[in-house]
Design a protein around this ligand. Structure first.
Ligand code: FES
Length: 117
């Protein structure tokens, strides 16, 4: 499924060079806190809010690979969230929202609304 085809509006967040590969930054999109990551597979955006610690910290999490899934580890209790789906690998009943991301002319754009779960 190409979620990008359904995107109504994009918000210009920053330049691609502004997010160091392997790290994340917190951004505000449409009033919501988003964690934007630069990975070897490109840019991903999930909610910055960690549902387990109830803190806005996921942008500071470590990005890695678990069983072929690209994940971010919460810096608080270390749960892992898939960057593609937002699903928590330790408790699949829990997930964080995922925003479509695209790159245009060296700028990172995040969809104004998260993708439907
Ligand atoms: S690709 Fe991440 S949970 Fe399936």
């Amino acid at each position: 499924m190409n979620v990008k085809a359904n995107v109504v509006g994009w918000e210009d967040i920053c330049g691609t060079a502004d997010v160091v590969r392997g790290t994340g930054v917190a951004a505000r999109v449409n009033g919501m806190q988003v964690a934007l990551f630069h990975t070897d597979d490109g840019f991903f955006a999930v909610g910055n809010h960690d549902p387990f610690s109830d803190a806005n910290v996921l942008a500071r999490g470590i990005v890695g690979d678990i069983g072929g899934k690209l994940v971010v580890a919460s810096p608080v209790y270390k749960q892992h969230f898939c960057l593609h789906t937002g699903i928590c690998l330790e408790d699949m009943t829990v997930s964080v929202p995922v925003w479509p991301v695209t790159v245009r002319d060296g700028r990172i754009l995040i969809a104004a609304q998260p993708a439907a779960a």
